[in-house]
Design a protein. Structure first.
Length: 349
C-alpha cells in the first residue's frame, strides 16, 4: 500500500501529518508544538495488554492522588504558557481513562481552555463512557477523538478488558460517536477525519484488525493500527517487530504518530508528540515521553521549574537519546530505551 508518509489521502485531524500536510506547519520552529497531558491512573478496564501498570479503579487510590493533581487554575496557566511557546495541539491519552465521569470536569476544562486559545485537542479513549453529552461537547469544541479497540469478537474483547458485556456498550457508543463526529472534510486533496479507531498489533488480533479496517472504511472513520509498546502487561502479547511494522503500514490509513519534519535533524520520521512536544503527568511531573512513567522524577516538576525549563531539559534528554543510538520512531518502542532511562535515572539520584 506504500509508505505512510506519502499515502496521505486519508488523514486524522490532530496527527502530526495533518499539520504538516494540511496546515503547512514545519515543526521545530517554535519552542514547543505539542503538549500531552496525563490524567490520574484510574481506569474502569483491566486490560491484559495495558502498558500503564499503575492504572487502577480503586476509589481510595483516586482520593490519595487527587491531593497532588494539578488544579484547574494550574491547567489554565500551563495551557496559556504552552500557547505562548507555540503549541498548536494538546493530546489527552492517559494514564487514566479520559472519558470516565470523575474526570469530566477537568477534561472539559482543559479542552475549553485550549479551544479559546486556538489549540486543537485530541482525546484517546476506550469508549466505555463516551456518552452524548461528552460527544456534543467535543463536537462543539471541534475536538478529535480516537477510540482504542483491539478486538471485534465480543468474547475476546470482554475477556481482554476484564468487563462482562463491555463490547456491546462500546459498540453502541461508537455508533453514537460516528453520528456526532464521523465523516470527513475534503482539504487539499485529502480526506480529514475527526473520529478514529486506534488498534494495536497483537499476536491474536490480525483478523480483528482487518475487520476493524473494513468497518472504518464502510462508516467513514479513520483507522490506525499501532505497533505494540513493550511495557506493563504486554509481555507475551507481541509478535515479531518487523511483522508489526509491516502490518501497521499495511492496515493504517496513514500515520497517526509520525512527523516528517524530523527528517531534517534525524534523517527519519519520529513521533511528533514526543520529538516536538512535552508530556506532563497529572501531578505536574515532566515525562520523557507521554507514557514514560519510569521517567518520573528525572526531569522535574513543572510547578517548580516552569514550562520553559521543562522543555529545555526534556529536549536535552531527547537529543541525548538519539545521540546515544536511538533508532525507533518512538522511544518506548526502542530496545535501547530501558537502559537509557535507567542510566539517566541513576544520575539524578
Amino acid at each position: 500500500m506504500g509508505s505512510l508518509l506519502t499515502r496521505l489521502t486519508k488523514i486524522f485531524r490532530g496527527s502530526p501529518l495533518y499539520y504538516e500536510r494540511i496546515e503547512g506547519v514545519r515543526f521545530g520552529i517554535h519552542q514547543l508544538d505539542f503538549l500531552s497531558l496525563n490524567l490520574p491512573p484510574i481506569c474502569n478496564y483491566h486490560c491484559d495488554f495495558c502498558f500503564i501498570p499503575r492504572a487502577s479503579e480503586n476509589p481510595t487510590h483516586h482520593t490519595e492522588i487527587h491531593k497532588n493533581s494539578l488544579t484547574m487554575d494550574e491547567y489554565t496557566s500551563l495551557i496559556r504558557d504552552a500557547r505562548a511557546l507555540g503549541v498548536c495541539h494538546i493530546e489527552i491519552s492517559g494514564e487514566g481513562e479520559p472519558d470516565l465521569p470523575l474526570f469530566r470536569p477537568i477534561l472539559t476544562h482543559i479542552i475549553r481552555t485550549a479551544t479559546v486559545l486556538g489549540i486543537h485537542t485530541t482525546v484517546f479513549v476506550n469508549g466505555s463512557w463516551l456518552d452524548e453529552n461528552l460527544l456534543h461537547f467535543l463536537k462543539d469544541t471541534d475536538s478529535s477523538v480516537a477510540v482504542s479497540i483491539k478486538y471485534t469478537d465480543p468474547e475476546k474483547y470482554n475477556r481482554s478488558v476484564g468487563i462482562r458485556d463491555a463490547y456491546r456498550h462500546v459498540e453502541r457508543n461508537l455508533e453514537t460517536a460516528r453520528l456526532a463526529l464521523g465523516g470527513y472534510a475534503e482539504l487539499k486533496g485529502c480526506h480529514v477525519y475527526r473520529l478514529a479507531i486506534n488498534s494495536t498489533i497483537l499476536k491474536n488480533n490480525e483478523e480483528d484488525n482487518l475487520r476493524l479496517r473494513r468497518y472504518c472504511e464502510e462508516r467513514d472513520i479513520f483507522f490506525h493500527a499501532s505497533t505494540l509498546i513493550p511495557r506493563g502487561k504486554t509481555e507475551g502479547a507481541t509478535i515479531d517487530r518487523a511483522r508489526q511494522d509491516a502490518l501497521s503500514r499495511e492496515l493504517s490509513m496513514s500515520s497517526i504518530i509520525t512527523a516528517a519534519s524530523s527528517r531534517d535533524s534525524l534523517g527519519f520520521p519520529v513521533c511528533g508528540t514526543f520529538y516536538y512536544g512535552l508530556g506532563i503527568n497529572y501531578d505536574g511531573q515532566v515525562l520523557f515521553d507521554a507514557h514514560a512513567d519510569d521517567s518520573l522524577g528525572i526531569i522535574g516538576n513543572v510547578r517548580e521549574i516552569g514550562l520553559t525549563e521543562a522543555v529545555r531539559r526534556q529536549q536535552a534528554l531527547r537529543d541525548a537519546f538519539y545521540h546515544e543510538g536511538g533508532i525507533s520512531y518512538c522511544p518506548l518502542r526502542d530496545i535501547r530505551y530501558p537502559n537509557f532511562i535507567n542510566q539517566y535515572g541513576k544520575e539524578t539520584q
